[in-house]
Design a binder for this molecule. Structure first.
Ligand code: PHE
Length: 466
């Protein structure tokens, strides 16, 4: 972006009559920022464990179908709304609704998106804190000689320590909001440059190592052989929810990144590249983790600890494992950080533009709210672990509420808004797809397949088709 343009962007929008809203400095930076948002804990931490919990292949297939039919068309729509609306999610939707002479209530779609982003961030920073906590653990060589039971015990000990968790969470929040309040461009651009290739290479190394365990075939079978008897209506909903989570949809993040998008950048091409990279990283993570899981007699359904239990075993055994382990958790942390930054940006832009507070003040306000909420997630793993609603802890509830309800709902409203409220001419101009057939295909997906897909998954999940 030009200068410190996220910060400049917010300030300029407040005085929009005088200063033009600023933009990403190049298409490449925009691609990096969008990929940085998409690739994160969702790919490396969440995808493997929910795949394990939901029986493997059939779940992966449904997830890929959701990315294609729902995620990609919606990601394009979010970029388009942001670029056309030139404001935070609420302001952008309001501007477009005004232009289309539609109800002012549509703006609430943007408001809910901003709040959803904050709710996600409140537990995202806790998991990012786990990655941070594992950096010194790896550095001190504590992974060497771990077996499945010892690694599980090590992770359980981390979760049982609320003060350590809260310390790490607080540190993650400080780093995220510190970066955001100072201006994102420098930090984001620089970290993305080595983070993306670095994470990719480390994952490849891990896949290579996993292939030597003798269980690679079993993992391939688990990930890619679809056994539909293993997937339930709830599993399909989790797959849909994850396609939103992993592409950062339904919570304003991609909308606000789109609002810093210069005209002339191809939304369609960027979207495809982001989706492809994101899916590639998730599948690589699966290919690294499942052979190790089988080789060490761990349960695929063990839940959120899967990555944090399986990978340390490998780091403890492989050549140069100590160094690779340290690098891996640093990369994972940075991947989480670039996602966390994008999760906070809708709220920061909203606060600065709507209430004309400065960026540091906006960061402070959201930081305070986030910190209080994150305590609930921290305690879910220890003091409050027995406090459950329908068997779900506070952390589980936050995850379920956001990924399986709020994001799909926000996404549904976004596609209905773009496909049915805005005029075709406006959308066609705003999205900038030159190829008439391609535009037609996207327009059809956006108006029909995407909303119907989301609805069918919801109805399926509440058991309407059973
Ligand atoms: N996509 C990010 C991940 O996979 C998480 C995220 C969700 C980021 C929503 C921004 C908005 O880790």
């Amino acid at each position: 972006m030009s200068e410190d343009s996220i910060s400049v962007g917010a300030a300029s929008a407040a005085n929009s009559s005088r200063v033009a809203r600023s933009q990403w400095s190049s298409r490449w930076v925009f691609f990096l920022a969008a990929t940085g948002s998409a690739v994160g804990l969702g790919n490396v931490w969440k995808f493997p464990y929910i795949t394990g919990e939901n029986g493997g292949g059939a779940f992966v297939l449904v997830y890929l179908a959701c990315i294609l039919a729902i995620g990609i068309p919606l990601l394009m729509a979010e970029f388009m709304i942001g670029r056309r609306g030139q404001a935070n999610p609420e302001g952008a939707v309001a501007a477009l609704a005004r232009e289309a002479r539609a109800s002012r209530h549509w703006r609430k779609l943007g408001t809910v998106a901003v709040l959803t982003g904050l709710l996600i961030l409140s537990f995202y920073v806790v998991v990012a804190g786990w990655a941070l906590a594992y950096v010194p653990t790896a550095l001190m060589g504590k992974f060497s000689g771990l077996d499945g039971a010892a690694s599980s015990a090590m992770f359980a000990a981390l979760l049982a320590d609320p003060w350590k968790l809260l310390g790490c969470t607080t540190l993650v929040l400080l780093i995220t909001l510190g970066t955001v309040s100072l201006g994102v461009k420098e930090g984001l651009e620089r970290s993305m440059r080595f983070m993306m290739p670095g994470l990719f290479i480390l994952l490849l190394v891990l896949v290579g190592y996993a292939a030597t365990t003798g269980y690679f075939g079993a993992a391939l079978n688990f990930l890619f052989y679809p056994d539909f008897s293993k997937i339930t209506g709830q599993g399909v909903l989790v797959a849909l929810g994850h396609s939103f989570f992993t592409l950062s949809l339904g919570c304003g993040a991609m909308m606000v990144y789109g609002s810093y998008l210069p005209p002339g950048t191809s939304i369609a091409k960027t979207t495809l590249m982001v989706a492809l990279t994101d899916t590639g990283v998730a599948l690589l993570a699966g290919l690294a983790i499942f052979p190790l899981m089988f080789a060490n007699n761990l349960e695929p359904s063990m839940g959120p600890g899967l990555v944090f239990v399986t990978l340390p075993i490998a780091f403890g055994q492989m050549p140069m494992g100590q160094l690779i382990g340290v690098l891996f958790f640093i990369m994972l942390f940075i991947a989480a950080l670039t996602s966390a930054i994008s999760l906070s940006e809708p709220a920061i832009a909203w606060l600065t533009e709507k209430f004309t507070v400065t960026r540091p003040k906006a960061a402070l306000i959201s930081g305070a709210v986030l910190w209080l909420l994150s305590i609930g997630s921290v305690l879910s793993f220890n003091a409050w672990s027995e406090m459950t609603l329908h068997g779900k802890t506070f952390f589980d509830c936050m995850d379920y509420l956001t990924a399986n309800l709020l994001m799909p709902l926000g996404g549904l409203l976004t596609v209905l808004f773009s496909g049915w409220v805005l005029s075709r001419a406006t959308v066609q101009q705003a999205i900038g797809i030159d190829h008439p057939q391609l535009f037609q295909l996207w327009w059809y997906l956006l108006r029909w397949l995407t909303p119907l897909g989301i609805l069918v998954v919801f109805l399926h999940a509440i058991g309407l088709f059973d």
